[in-house]
Design a protein around this ligand. Structure first.
Ligand code: SF4
Length: 212
């Protein structure tokens, strides 16, 4: 079996190098919601000029997509942080064309890898066209998201964008997830109960046997 890498250690090494360089590179950071942005922001804020990319057409329904975005923006405002949020056009139907063949997958399997790849590829495109030094995502903070998968996908995509470095990370390490819960509580943030897509939404509804 392949050894798992500690991607948070790779992030720490990268942050050391950046600190020694005396520079503050431009980071495009994909964020899926406010709660998942909390700890990544705490770790990265001193090292980068951060811009957020909110490209999450996976989230269903649209009002949930908008609610998560509003919560993210509210948190940034609460922090009084100078962070721009780039929003892409929401098109859940088009997004799902690629997920539909794996509609029956459980969370964490191939459908999720397709979903990660789609949003990360879009992020790399944007970062490349707009002169960012690094591109990364906050998603590894989730207990349900496989940091090995996410980092391998990021690493493989980076090959096509030579001026943009993939920012390795596994934000759930060092109790990142547990620390995020404290901030979420302090800021009274809305914290969603399903990952995002209509498949995860339906699984959540079925599990809790509530009406849509
Ligand atoms: S469960 Fe989450 S990561 Fe997996 S396909 Fe759905 S939205 Fe994407």
């Amino acid at each position: 079996m392949e050894n798992k890498k500690n991607y948070q250690k790779l992030l720490e090494k990268e942050l050391d190098l950046i600190e020694k360089s005396g520079k503050k590179p431009k980071l495009l950071l994909h964020a899926c919601c406010g709660p998942c942005f909390t700890i990544p922001h705490e770790i990265l804020k001193g090292h980068f000029e951060i811009t957020i990319l909110y490209n999450n057409s996976n989230i269903y329904p649209k009002k949930e997509h908008d609610r998560r975005l509003a919560e993210l923006k509210k948190y940034i405002k609460d922090l009084n942080a100078d962070i721009k949020v780039i929003e892409t056009n929401y098109d859940n139907e088009k997004y799902n064309l690629d997920l539909e063949p794996r509609a029956g997958d459980k969370e964490g399997h191939e459908r999720c890898r397709i979903c990660f790849r789609k949003r990360l590829k879009e992020g790399f495109e944007y970062a490349y066209k707009n002169g960012f030094d690094y591109f990364g995502t906050v998603m590894t903070i989730s207990r349900y998201k496989n940091a090995q998968d996410i980092n391998k996908i990021g690493e493989s995509l980076a090959v096509d964008y030579p001026t943009v470095k993939w920012l390795y990370a596994d934000f759930k390490k060092n109790n990142g997830y547990e620390k995020s819960l404290i901030i979420i509580k302090e800021h009274e943030m809305y914290f969603q109960e399903y990952c995002g897509c209509k498949y995860s939404y339906e699984a959540y509804i079925n599990k809790h046997n509530t009406s849509k």
